[in-house]
Design a protein around this ligand. Structure first.
Ligand SMILES: C[S@@+](CC[C@H](N)C(=O)[O-])C[C@H]1O[C@@H](n2cnc3c(N)ncnc32)[C@H](O)[C@@H]1O
Length: 293
C-alpha cells in the first residue's frame, strides 16, 4: 500500500486537525471527512472524538469504536473479539429472508453465528420462524445474546464446535441451514486482508479452508432440507458441487447452486432437496443464484 505523502497530510491538517489521524486508514481526504462526520454524529464528547480518530490512525475498526454496524435493516452491536458483519453477508441473508414464506413456520440453524446477525435478520423479517445460532466462541455467544435482547428478537443459542459435535446440535431435520464459516486460507491471509482485519479481528472467525464445506457434505446434508454457505472463493463452491454430484445418493436428492455478490465475486454455495420436504424449497430458491446441478 503506498504511503500517504506530506502534501496530502498538510492539506488534510488545514481542513481539520483530526483528518491526518484518519488518513492512514481512510486513504483519501473525502473518505476521512466522511468518517469524521460519522464519528462526530455518534460520539458526543470532544475527548471521545479525538480518541476515536487516534484509534482509527492505528487501523482499529470503526465498528468496534462506534459499537455497531448496520446489517440489512438491523443495527447490530459489535465488540472486539467478534467478527464485524459484512455487507456481502447482509446481501445474501436479506434476499433469503425476502424469499421465506410470510406465514409458514420453519426452522433455521445458523452455524458460526458470530454476532447472530444472520438468524436475527431472518427472524426480523419473518417473525414466525424459529432461529438457532451456534458458535464455538464464548465472546460471540455473549454478543449474539446481547443483540437478541437489544433487538427483541428471540434467538436460541448453543456453544458448540460445529466440526466435531454435530450430533449435539439441535434435533430433527433443519429446514434451512445457514453458515458463514471462517474461509480465508492461511496462505491468502497476509496478502488478501487489510491491516485493520489482520490486526484486530479474531483469527478464529477468519482462518479456514475446506473443513466447514467438508463437514457440510459429511454431516449436515443428512440433517437439513436446504443449506446456504458463504464462500471466499469459487474453489469452495466447486468442492461442494463435486461432492454432491459424485455422491451415489446425494446426487439424486439435492440441487446445488452458486451465487455471486453484487461486486461479481463468488459469495454463496447453496443447495436444497429436490423433493420430500414439507416446504417448497424450489420456490424459495428460484433464481437465488445459478443452479449447477
Ligand atoms: C466468519 S465468522 C461469521 C460470523 C457471522 N455469522 C457473520 O456472518 O458475521 C465465523 C464464526 O465462526 C466461529 N467458529 C470458528 N470455528 C468454529 C467451530 N469449529 N465451531 C463453531 N463456530 C466456529 C467463529 O467464532 C466466528 O464467530
Amino acid at each position: 500500500m503506498p504511503r500517504i505523502g506530506p502534501r496530502i497530510m498538510s492539506e488534510a491538517q488545514k481542513i481539520h486537525r483530526y483528518l491526518p489521524l484518519l488518513l492512514p486508514e481512510c486513504r483519501s481526504i473525502a473518505a476521512s471527512l466522511q468518517e469524521l462526520k460519522w464519528i462526530k454524529n455518534e460520539l458526543n464528547s470532544p475527548r471521545k472524538i479525538h480518541q476515536a480518530c487516534r484509534l482509527r490512525g492505528l487501523h482499529y475498526p470503526l465498528q468496534y469504536i462506534l459499537g455497531s454496524q448496520p446489517f440489512g435493516e438491523l443495527d447490530v452491536i459489535c465488540k472486539s473479539g467478534v467478527l464485524i458483519p459484512r455487507w456481502e453477508t447482509a446481501e445474501w441473508a436479506q434476499d433469503l429472508a425476502d424469499r421465506l414464506p410470510a406465514e409458514t413456520k420453519m426452522t433455521v440453524t445458523d452455524l458460526c453465528t458470530g454476532t447472530g446477525c444472520i438468524p436475527l435478520l431472518l427472524k426480523y423479517n419473518r417473525p414466525q420462524i424459529d432461529v438457532t445460532g451456534i458458535d464455538i466462541s464464548s465472546k460471540a455467544l455473549s454478543l449474539s445474546r446481547q443483540n437478541s435482547k437489544a433487538l427483541k428478537l428471540e434467538l436460541h443459542l448453543q456453544k458448540q464446535d460445529v466440526l466435531n459435535n454435530n450430533e449435539k446440535i439441535g434435533s430433527g431435520i433443519i429446514d434451512i441451514l445457514t453458515c458463514n464459516p471462517p474461509y480465508i486460507p492461511r496462505r491468502d491471509f497476509i496478502k488478501e486482508t487489510t491491516l485493520s482485519v489482520k490486526l484486530y479481528e479474531p483469527r478464529l472467525a477468519l482462518l479456514g479452508d475446506m473443513e466447514f464445506y467438508k463437514n457440510l457434505v459429511e454431516k449436515w446434508l443428512y440433517r437439513s432440507n436446504s443449506f446456504i454457505y458463504e464462500v471466499g472463493d469459487i474453489s469452495q463452491s466447486e468442492y461442494v458441487l463435486k461432492e454432491i454430484q459424485h455422491h451415489t445418493v446425494f446426487s439424486s436428492l439435492w440441487h446445488v447452486g452458486f451465487r455471486n455478490d453484487s461486486n461479481g465475486h463468488p459469495r454463496v454455495v447453496y443447495g436444497f432437496r429436490k423433493e420430500g420436504t414439507s416446504h417448497n424449497m424450489s420456490t424459495i430458491f428460484q433464481n437465488y443464484g445459478q443452479l449447477m446441478h
